[in-house]
Each structure stands twice: as C-alpha cells, then as structure tokens.
Design a protein around this ligand. Structure first.
Ligand SMILES: Cc1cc2nc3c(=O)[nH]c(=O)nc-3n(C[C@H](O)[C@H](O)[C@H](O)COP(=O)(O)OP(=O)(O)OC[C@H]3O[C@@H](n4cnc5c(N)ncnc54)[C@H](O)[C@@H]3O)c2cc1C
Length: 217
C-alpha cells in the first residue's frame, strides 16, 4: 500500500488556500460520494479530459480506461494523469455578479496511472464500480465472463498526491454591496433519483428490487 505523503508543492491549493484540505478522511468522503471523474492526460502535447466512472478502493482509484488505455498498452511505467471529482452543492447568489459562486467539494489527484492486468484485480474494480453506485446489484446481475473482463481496460491511480477544495456557506460580498437591494443567498443542489423505469423486456413477474425502488444518493 502506498504511503500518503503530505501534499507536494504542485498539489497545494494556492488560490483561496483556506478551502484546501489534504487529510484522507475529507478526501475519501468526497471520492466515495462521487461516481464520475474527469481524467486529464496529454497525448503529443494535446490535453484530453475524459469523463468516466471510478471507484476508490483503499489507497487508490480505479477508473475505466477509455482513450487512456490505448496509450498505455506499451507504456509499462504508466501515464501521467490528473483526476478530478466534483460535487456541486449549491449556487451562491451574491449581491454583485462578480461575487456569485458555487458551493462545492472537489478532489484533484495527480500521478501515474497504470493498467490493471490481473483478472482478479479487474474483477474487484468492476465490483467496486457497481457496488458503490447500487449496493446489492453485483450479486444479482450476471458476473462478467473472461471475455468481458479481457475487453475492459481498467486503470489504477495511487492516492499519493491529492488535494480537496471545499466551499461552503453564504455569499461573500464586498462591504458596500450588502446595501444593494437584491435577494442574496444559496440555492442548494442535490441529486434526486426518479421512479425506476422498467425495461419493456424485463419479465413483469420480477419485482422491482428495493435498491431501485428506494434508490437514494
Ligand atoms: C464546481 C466548481 C466551480 C468553480 N468555479 C470557479 C470559478 O468560476 N472561478 C474560479 O476562479 N474558480 C472556480 N472554482 C475553483 C477552481 O476549481 C480552482 O480551484 C480555481 O480556479 C483556482 O485554480 P488554480 O489553478 O489557480 O489553483 P491553484 O490553487 O493554483 O492550484 C494549485 C493546486 O491546488 C489543487 N486544486 C486547485 N483547485 C482545486 C479544486 N477545485 N479541488 C481540489 N484541488 C484543487 C490542485 O492540486 C492544483 O494543482 C470552482 C470549483 C468548482 C469545484
């Protein structure tokens, strides 16, 4: 297991440093609540930022390979990536347009991602993707077969160079603007799942499982 080191200079939150956090408890909470990350990497000087599913398992993040896996086929030492996870908690409406903002929790993880080769580790990562979104689903759905495991590229990034940044609370206006006669405050944002929609080819005698009927995030 890699050791968690204090943030390096490039991982230190410079702008609004009071919003930065580096402890694993804070970072893991954000990573475990999110499920989509954006993976940034450069190919021949061209940056790409690709959205994909991920799951934290212990001291690392597993994510689906997509474009990066093509790059990695012949690079055993890994590829430099920047993985970002963003949770949006609210729109912050200040009195001035300039001070409008968002409440958020985000994580930026830097380092080298490597392709996962071992089928057991790939399977564990797939299980983690599924279970973190819908606990209980993995055991009910058909498990991936050898061909499917082979066809899935999974990458692993150790959580060694990570930062979190968090904004909470009301708008912060410049002192003279507090007299401006306009509504100010926060519009909270949350995920609210809708009622499950049964696939028309799903046998009607199969009851909707509780994890779908009462899905909560
Ligand atoms: C939903 C959302 C909306 C935002 N809107 C704005 C906006 O409109 N304008 C604006 O200026 N900023 C916004 N931010 C903040 C933005 O992400 C950057 O933190 C900020 O712009 C400073 O960038 P920088 O490269 O100068 O940071 P620096 O502080 O110089 O970055 C240094 C290091 O700090 C870490 N870091 C920086 N930002 C983050 C982060 N968000 N989360 C975790 N680690 C981080 C990274 O490791 C980075 O390498 C927003 C953030 C979120 C999540």
């Amino acid at each position: 297991m890699p050791e968690i080191t204090p943030p390096t200079e490039r991982a230190r939150v410079v702008r609004e440093p009071h919003r930065g956090a580096y402890d694993r408890e804070t970072i893991d909470k954000i990573l475990d609540e999110g499920y989509v990350c954006h993976v940034g990497f450069a190919v021949d000087g061209q940056p790409y930022v690709i959205p994909t599913l991920y799951a934290r398992v212990g001291d690392g993040i597993y994510f689906h390979g997509s474009a990066a896996s093509r790059m990695l086929r012949n690079i055993s030492s890994g590829i430099s990536v920047c993985i970002t996870v963003t949770l949006t908690d609210g729109f912050v409406l200040a009195r001035s347009v300039f001070n409008h903002s968002m409440n958020y929790r985000s994580v930026v993880a830097l380092g080298k991602a490597t392709l996962v080769d071992a089928p057991e580790e790939k399977l564990e990562a797939m299980r983690a993707f599924t279970e973190k979104i819908i606990p209980g689903r993995w055991n009910e759905a058909r498990q991936p077969n050898e061909k499917e495991i082979k066809a899935t590229s999974i990458l692993h990034l150790p959580l060694t160079e990570v930062s979190a940044k968090i904004r909470v609370g009301p708008p912060e206006d410049d002192a003279p603007d507090y007299a401006w006669p306009v509504w100010a405050g926060v519009i909270p944002l949350s995920h609210s799942p809708g009622a499950p929609i049964r696939d028309e080819r799903c046998d009607p005698s199969i009851p909707t499982p509780a994890y779908a009927a009462q899905y909560k995030r």
